[in-house]
Design a protein around this ligand. Structure first.
Ligand SMILES: Nc1ncnc2c1ncn2[C@@H]1O[C@H](COP(=O)(O)OP(=O)(O)OP(=O)(O)O)[C@@H](O)[C@H]1O
Length: 273
């Protein structure tokens, strides 16, 4: 395990070009909501690199900017200032049409609430991004992903006929089927029991280790973060800490040192259950 406090929120590092192993990065990323007295600075000058073929977790107290960072990186929200590059594309300079195309063809998404189409079967939900983009389905890749998430005998079921864990595995398969450059997962285990959460996290980590996928995951859960190669910690819209090869204990230690006692104690109780 390696831990260090980050000091990269300064202008000089904004000029540093990332190495080729970086698939997505932000430089001087600022995101504000509202204006005048009601302005909220959700991201306060973030410099960050996301390595190709790694699972990166983003943690931090409620309101620290985790979702804002993910949404800006994924072209789901506009950037106030700074640069965001994903898969060699400057997300901040793209039109809404280009962003839609980027999200459909180069990015995968997994949300806490699964976001499946209720009238489609599991198989149809999984291939939806390719069908919308009118791209052919690589049947061998489809079969490999479906087998990896253990959904072979559920492909013809609709979401209402699946458990929460199975629905999230469908969402995972959907995120991976188009071989995206990056999968963004926002609290993917937030609605799952601990067994289903463990299954999903093992699968996500496996997609990185076995398929070379890149995954960026926002989570409150120290157990989930321990599946990552690297954990980034946000506070007040800044990157304040980073762990490589984290364990649940090392993540909880950082959360406590950041004063995130409530979350840390909650996680500790959860770990004992
Ligand atoms: N659409 C919005 N309009 C106004 N303020 C917003 C909006 N979205 C986020 N914020 C504010 O920006 C800050 C960062 O929010 P963000 O959702 O990114 O934090 P978070 O770390 O993901 O929080 P949580 O863990 O509670 O989901 C918060 O102060 C939040 O209230």
């Amino acid at each position: 395990m390696t831990a260090h406090t980050l000091t990269s929120n300064h202008p000089a590092s904004s000029l540093a070009a990332p190495p080729a192993s970086v698939i997505a990065y932000a430089r001087g990323l600022v995101k504000t909501y509202g204006a005048g007295e009601t302005e909220v600075r959700a991201l306060d000058g973030i410099d960050v690199d996301f390595a190709r073929g790694e699972l990166t977790a983003i943690m931090g107290p409620s309101g620290s900017g985790k979702s804002s960072l993910m949404h800006c990186m994924a072209g789901l929200d506009t950037v106030t200032s700074g640069t965001v590059v994903v898969d060699d594309m400057n997300v901040g300079r793209m039109s809404e049409r280009q962003l839609t195309a980027l999200r459909r063809t180069r990015l995968g998404f997994i949300f806490q609430s699964f976001n499946l189409i209720p009238t489609l079967t599991a198989a149809e939900n999984i291939t939806l991004p390719l069908d919308i983009a009118r791209r052919p389905v690589d049947r061998a890749h489809f079969a490999a992903i479906v087998a990896a998430v253990g959904l072979e005998d559920r492909l013809h079921h609709r979401p209402s006929e699946l458990s929460g864990g199975q629905q999230q595995r469908v969402a995972c398969a959907r995120a991976l089927v188009a071989r995206p450059a990056v999968v963004f997962a926002d609290e993917p285990t937030g609605n799952l029991d601990s067994k289903s959460a463990g299954d999903l996290l093992r699968f996500l980590r496996g997609s990185v280790d076995d398929l070379g996928q890149t995954v960026v995951m926002v989570t409150h859960d120290a157990r989930a973060a321990a599946y990552a190669h690297r954990v980034l910690f946000l506070a007040d819209g800044r990157l304040v800490h980073e762990l490589t090869d984290p364990t649940q204990a090392s993540v909880l230690d950082v959360m406590r040192s950041m004063g995130d006692e409530t979350e840390a104690e909650h996680e500790h109780d959860g770990a004992r259950r």
